[in-house]
Design a protein around this ligand. Sequence first.
Ligand code: A2P
Length: 274
Amino acid sequence: MSVEKTKKLSNGSIIPRLGLGVWKAQDGEEAMNSVKWALEAGYRLIDTAEVYKNEVSVGEGIRMSGVPREEIFITTKLWNTDQGYESTLKAFDESLNKLGLDYVDLYLIHWPVKGKYKDSWRAMEEIYQSGRAKAIGVSNFHQHHLEDLLKDAQVVPVLDQIELHPRLTQEPLRAFLAENNIAVEAWSPLGQGNILEEPILVEIGKKYNKTPAQVIIRWHLQNDIIVIPKSVHQERIKQNIDVFDFELTDEDMEQINQLNKNERFGSNPEKFDF
Ligand code: A2P
């Protein structure tokens, strides 16, 4: 199964299917270099968030790379304490300022904060209409959160960014998102590095001369999942995008699916203490 490098979202935006995540990349040299190395290696999607506290360095990394802004897809996210109508408008302006950009390609509600996300979404819709976010979406929303949001939404979220990896395959939620034409994006796609020694991933990798990380990234891509592995090491950043020259068989895919244990490494949106 060949994989396209980009995907068209429901609003017509074109998103790269593989990008760099920068959660836990330290503000300063670390985040700046990761972004620069990624862009040099051919990445065109960078995923940050207000709460990562590295938007300034992400912006610097983009400018240092020399890659034209219009070729890059930048995502940032609204933090929980900024949710609400006015505070979302304000937080968005602050994120743009920190990034040193005049628009982002995608703005996401980071978590479904009870009683607040609908007001936040109204503000996001206005930001979208103004053209300063080319697309808007959500993160960590479960089916019931989306059903509730969609009751009042004027604009349907283009994607939902959720924790997703071979230990947490999220099949029911992915089916709901597919039915609603909401793209799936995986955070912690490598299980935060915790599953890279799984024997089956090592074994499958050997057949193709690929590492377990590359096998997992390819599994996401072949499942039509947008994937944003994080690394702050240049070699790994390069390695993680070197996944377009091999294909997993249906049997490989099934063996990887079998690793599912509904196990989270991050917070559960149902239990997250806002
Ligand atoms: P580092 O940033 O030190 O390279 P996830 O994207 O699922 O959150 O996983 C990120 C974790 O996996 C980080 O700890 C990162 O470490 C590590 N990692 C990323 N790419 C690779 C790779 N190709 N090989 C080994 N570890 C990796």
